[in-house]
Design a binder for this molecule. Sequence first.
Ligand code: SAM
Ligand code: SF4
Length: 355
Amino acid sequence: MSNMKDALGRTIDYMRISITDRCNLRCKYCMPYGVECVPRWDILSLEEIEAVGICAASLGIRHIKVTGGEPLVRRDCCQLVKQLKGTPGIEKVTITTNGVLLERYLDDLAEAGIDGINISLDTLDRDLYQRITGTDALGTVMEAVRRACAMPISVKINAVSIDFSQMDEKQREAGQDGWRQMVELAREYPVDVRFIEMMPIGYGRNFKTINHQELLEEMMRAYPCMEEDDRVHGFGPAVYYRIPGFEGSIGLISAIHGKFCSDCNRVRLTSQGYLKPCLCYEDGVDLRRILRKGQERPEEEVHYRWPYAGRPADEELQRELRKAMEQAVLCKPAAHCFERPGQITEAHNMIAIGG
Ligand code: SAM
Ligand code: SF4
């Protein structure tokens, strides 16, 4: 089994794949109203993603996270999960979703062999949820959480730690201490509730993050029995805590106030087929150019069709993809520079990158 290391000796075995830049929500920090989507032609087809998956697995990627945009708005999402799961070498395929369409696709995802579902949910306040996402869908998402928890699949809730203190009074009031309600979800349901520091990428630049060191201190005061939980929960950088009597654990993903770059294990494939070794910088390799060698972007119909993708396992294609992926991994930067925003070179929105 291959083991891929970057120039600093970090094992790279995790890839996030964004399968669409479309979304059915309009989260203010990610895809506010007015953000345009690219024509479908520009997005990788199922076969093209499959080709990248085969190549990634041959190099040492073991875990794939399917993301977006909202992955479940893409009609072939479950088929894609199934194909990735069937790729020799890939051990786990998980998905991150806003949960709005999840109930409809839960059985298909389970049948496709999904190993875990992350549901993004920043608040349990209905009005604030609507203000953040542009949609009154909290009830629908909570119903999906309940149903997902009843299935034999690992479920995690991801909440971005938005600092509401500088917003209008209504949001400030609703957002303040909102983390308590989120934490309480782990008492009721067997879910890990993870808080993610807001990163200054895309529209995230317009928001302030809650400092997780301060949040942790507040949590410790509210739950004095909370203790570090060193059981393995997944493949990511979250630091977990458990509270006696709770079904699930609490996770903190603190890219800003708890930099974890020295343990980074991931690369990201954007919906347009650009492989990024680090979220913070625009550097990477254009795999779509390799996948579509010789194919010109047609003048018309680009919104409705994908180009012919060839054979995903084609030996020459795989050789070229491998070379490009290895090159990207070797160029992986030592660390992000979120603390020095002037040095961030990534200009794309999260909707294209996939978080
Ligand atoms: N639509 C899906 C969802 O919401 O889970 C998948 C795509 S979304 C871009 C993936 C994750 O990135 C979500 O949990 C979202 O909250 C998070 N995210 C988006 N912008 C962010 C930012 N600037 N900082 C931190 N997390 C962000
Ligand atoms: Fe859509 Fe997810 Fe971005 Fe919200 S965070 S706009 S749900 S892609």
